[in-house]
Write a protein that binds this ligand. Structure first.
Ligand SMILES: [Zn+2]
Length: 507
């Protein structure tokens, strides 16, 4: 994975040190106790103060910031001292919209194509997995890639997959648009017997007119297909959660806001809770509760939150309210009925009275007025600003919609979806729309609360530097430049979007 400019200039502090959220300058400790870690001769980024060149850490907290000569006094016989040699240190990053809990469950058993630059490189990863997985088992690529990242700029074929893993069933998911299943795989998953589900699949043909193995379907159908795959056992889910969080630590992530999502039933949270109980979390996790059952949303939320007050948890794991699916009828529904809007209104009125945060998945500007109308109606009865509600995605947001959000104190969770889908958006909407999307600069000038993120790992790489770099240069994975300078954040602003901190997670 090339992270280009930004990563070359950035040096991340050892990831065991979780420094997010405690980034304030304090006087040196009067007790004279040495620091655990001291960083000298660097460039320490602070958001609300000028750079300094050194810092001292004790018990996981920054205890002093300042000039190297002063901070060196915190060095004792057991202190780990790092000479930064002029490199930059940034605060820990917080991804404000990442499906980290779900990704962890399957992380260790999956084949990852994130960052693979060519089809042979992707196939090599499949081949390596085939060497260790028992013959006849499934090899799964769950997403996080697009054909535009390959030099060949195409999807792999079923024949190529079969050559790399001849003795396995293979499932390759491309975002939420298509799936490649190896020969006989659909039968293995029982799809032909499910005529209703099968009717929602579009079998694609190759140049010879025969089925290519690729199947197109919508989000919901692809999620149902994924659910047919064998689930990793509980121990693998726990191990995967630990491993995925460590991987994120290695990329500078110290906190996540997790919006639930598809393929994540309530019992799937057990692995996360186990890791937390064992004191094994290496990330701060603020998790939201998605509506479990269609048309029973309020009933289910009432029952589930009766013993789960807003903000319940500790510094590592905290309940962060409801969403990103609050009511199924208003989950990115472009043409909602009055009844569906009423159901959301009732649910949110209840949520507001309970002091619950809520986050909403909505993709498109053209239909977001339906959601905003309901939020404004709730806001007239109960001001929602203190509740830290947010709308996720909305890549082509208009100044008008952002203004309405700002008016209510509703935040915007913005991800680098266009890193993969920029060319598709360009094709649909044209260069003028592309130059404004997403309108990060406008939102910053408005003073809107914004959280940066990735939406990984199905639709995007979880690497925050891919997202940060894209914020700065607007370039897609295929190299297409897009956003205009006026809508582009500065380096420091981009970093700040990855530190929404107390602005979006209630303490
Ligand atoms: Zn979403």
């Amino acid at each position: 994975m090339t992270h280009r400019g930004i990563v070359r200039r950035v040096f991340l502090v050892g990831c065991a040190i979780l420094i997010a959220g405690v980034w304030s300058a304090h006087a040196q400790p009067a007790d004279g106790v040495p620091a655990d870690t001291v960083l000298l001769n660097g460039k320490i980024v602070q958001f609300d103060a000028p750079y300094v060149d050194a810092l001292a850490v004790r018990d996981g907290r920054v205890v002093a910031l300042g000039a190297s000569a002063d901070i060196a006094r915190h060095v004792g016989p057991n202190t780990r001292t790092v000479d930064l040699g002029g490199r930059t240190v940034i605060p820990g990053l917080i991804d404000s919209h990442i499906h980290a809990i779900r990704a962890g469950l399957t992380y260790t058993g999956e084949v990852h194509w994130i960052g693979a630059r060519s089809i042979p490189e992707a196939l090599d990863r499949l081949r390596a997995a085939a060497k260790t997985a028992p013959p006849g088992s499934w090899l799964v690529v769950a997403g996080g890639w697009t054909e535009r990242q390959f030099t060949e700029a195409r999807r792999p074929t079923r024949a190529e997959i079969a050559q790399a893993a001849p003795d396995h069933h293979v499932y390759v998911q491309l975002l939420y648009t298509a799936v490649l299943v190896s020969e006989g795989g659909l039968e293995k998953l029982g799809i032909p017997n499910d005529t209703e589900l099968a009717s929602r699949l579009t079998v694609e043909s190759g140049p010879d007119g025969k089925p290519s193995g690729w199947i197109a379907a919508d989000n919901r159908t692809i999620s149902e297909l994924f659910d047919r795959l064998p689930r990793p056992d509980f121990d693998s889910q726990v191990a995967g959660t630990r491993a995925f969080f460590r991987t994120l630590n290695g990329l500078g992530i110290t906190g996540v806001l997790d919006p639930g999502g598809y393929n994540l039933p309530l019992e799937a949270y057990r692995a996360l809770f186990r890791v937390w109980r064992e004191g094994g979390l290496t990330l701060r996790v603020a998790y939201s509760l998605c509506a479990p059952r269609r048309d029973h949303e309020l009933e289910d939320f009432r029952a589930l939150t009766a013993m789960l007050p807003m903000g319940f948890g500790d510094d590592w794991l905290r309940f962060n309210g409801i969403g990103e699916n609050v009511t199924w009828g208003m989950y990115n529904n472009e043409t909602p009925t009055d009844t569906q809007k009423e159901r959301l209104y009732e649910t949110l009125t209840w949520a507001a009275a309970r002091g619950l945060t809520a986050t909403f998945h909505w993709q498109n500007e053209r239909s977001v007025h339906h959601l905003l109308e309901v939020l404004e109606r709730v806001n007239r009865d109960t001001p929602v600003a203190p509740l830290r509600w947010s709308i996720a995605h909305l890549n082509d947001a208009s100044p008008d919609s952002l203004g309405r959000m700002k008016q209510m104190g509703v935040g915007w969770l913005m991800q680098n979806a266009f890193y993969f889908r920029g060319e598709a958006f360009l094709g649909q909407r044209g260069a003028d729309a592309m130059r404004l999307a997403p309108p990060i600069g406008s939102a910053l000038r408005m003073g809107l609360n914004i959280g940066g993120g990735t939406d990984a790992h199905r639709v995007m790489s979880y690497n925050p530097f891919v997202s940060l770099q894209w914020m700065l240069d607007g370039k897609t994975v295929g190299g297409t430049p897009s956003r205009m300078a006026d809508e582009t954040p500065t380096r420091l602003e981009a970093l700040r979007l990855y530190n929404p901190g107390q602005r979006l997670v209630r303490p």
